[in-house]
Design a protein around this ligand. Structure first.
Ligand code: AHM
Ligand code: MG
Length: 332
């Protein structure tokens, strides 16, 4: 059979299965093209002078890397003229981006973290783009309020991971598929269909340097894993932490695992570390669609009603049985 390119896949989802609208197909095509452009910019690295910091801070007070700014611009430029969007919001911008009046407007809202894990960029470790798509509520202006919908309302979510290969992982709410960038032809080709996350795992991901700040349930859970064969779990566990959420989540999608950025006394005042709208929600949607689970410890992430665009949230996601075990420690 001919290769299943992303374009063909999307056309069939629209025309044959009626899973997506014409405009949503266009939106995903445009986002995938932007991810290709980001992949090319990242791939040039020092040769194009794109590494290092941009000399500015973003709304979260974090230092912006040149590639954070470049990736944000690429996504904005690619998406504003197509007529498929009502508005866009990004980790790198305080307020939603207004579609200029000279362009037509559509019904979708696009949210993104243009370059997640960008602190890894200068050391040549995998980074990625995370995106989430919502519908703009009818009759509502695409200001901040329109974006504040629980993750369960997402109509599409995905991420690109710029690693040894560039991958695009996508869900339309009907399973998860993985597409690999064929650099010679410049197109994404489906390389994994309907990915499933194993329900059990012996691998965990957490920034252990925060251990002294953790809450008792997280401390208990990690201590039990660290005790290995001799502890209550009766088996050994392995730890992996890339510090790029996309890379860590992609490993979990590929072979199982549990990812944790829980609430702790260091991040309590700000509500957690990761952002709900363009990090936790899209990843939670993908993970659930692949048979995994995602919680903040006490609530399903996708059920949380966000109150602010840049709101943070604790995140625990991955292999179902492990996520449920840690949630049960929170409930105990
Ligand atoms: P970023 O969006 O500014 O890159 O921050 C998010 C990143 C995640 O990719 C990763 O999981 C986490 O922050 C890393 O945190 P830490 O610095 O504690 O290892
Ligand atoms: Mg991020």
């Amino acid at each position: 059979m001919a290769q299943m390119t992303l374009s063909r896949f999307l056309i069939e989802e629209q025309r044959d299965k009626n899973v997506i609208s014409h405009d949503l197909r266009l939106l995903i095509e445009v986002v995938s093209r932007a991810c290709k452009a980001i992949s090319i910019a990242i791939g040039k690295g020092s040769l194009a002078g794109v590494l290092g910091s941009a000399g500015s801070d973003n709304i979260q007070g974090e230092v912006q890397k040149k590639l954070d700014v470049i990736s944000n611009e690429i996504l904005l430029d690619a998406n504003e003229w197509g007529g498929h969007l009502a508005g866009m919001a990004s980790e790198e911008m305080e307020l939603p981006h207004v579609i200029p009046n000279r362009y037509p407007k559509g019904e979708y809202l696009l949210l993104f973290d243009p370059l997640d894990g960008s602190s890894n960029i200068d050391v040549n470790v995998s980074v990625g783009t995370i995106f989430s798509v919502l519908q703009c509520p009818e009759g509502m202006e695409p200001g901040e309020q329109a974006f504040l919908q629980p993750g369960a309302r997402q109509v599409c979510a995905g991420y690109a991971v710029y690693g040894p290969t560039t991958l695009l992982v996508l869900t339309l709410g009907d399973g998860v598929n993985v597409f690999t960038l064929d650099r010679e032809y410049g197109r994404f080709v489906m390389t994994q269909e309907n990915v499933r996350i194993p329900e059990d795992t012996r691998e965990f991901a957490i920034n252990a340097s925060n251990a002294r700040y953790w809450e008792p349930p997280v401390k208990r859970y990690v201590d039990e894993m660290l005790a290995g064969k001799d502890g209550p779990r009766g088996e050994d566990f392995n730890m992996r932490w890339v510090a790029s959420m996309v890379a860590d989540v992609h490993r979990i999608l590929s072979r199982g695992g549990i990812f944790m950025y829980p609430i702790d006394s260091k991040t309590r005042a700000q509500g957690g570390k990761l952002r709900i709208m363009y990090e936790a929600n899209p990843m939670a949607f993908i993970v659930e669609q692949a048979g995994g689970a995602a919680t903040d410890g006490r609530r399903r992430i996708l059920d949380i009603q966000p109150e602010k665009l840049h709101q943070r949230v604790p995140v625990i996601l991955g292999s179902k049985n492990e996520v449920e075990r840690l949630a049960s420690y929170h409930a105990a």
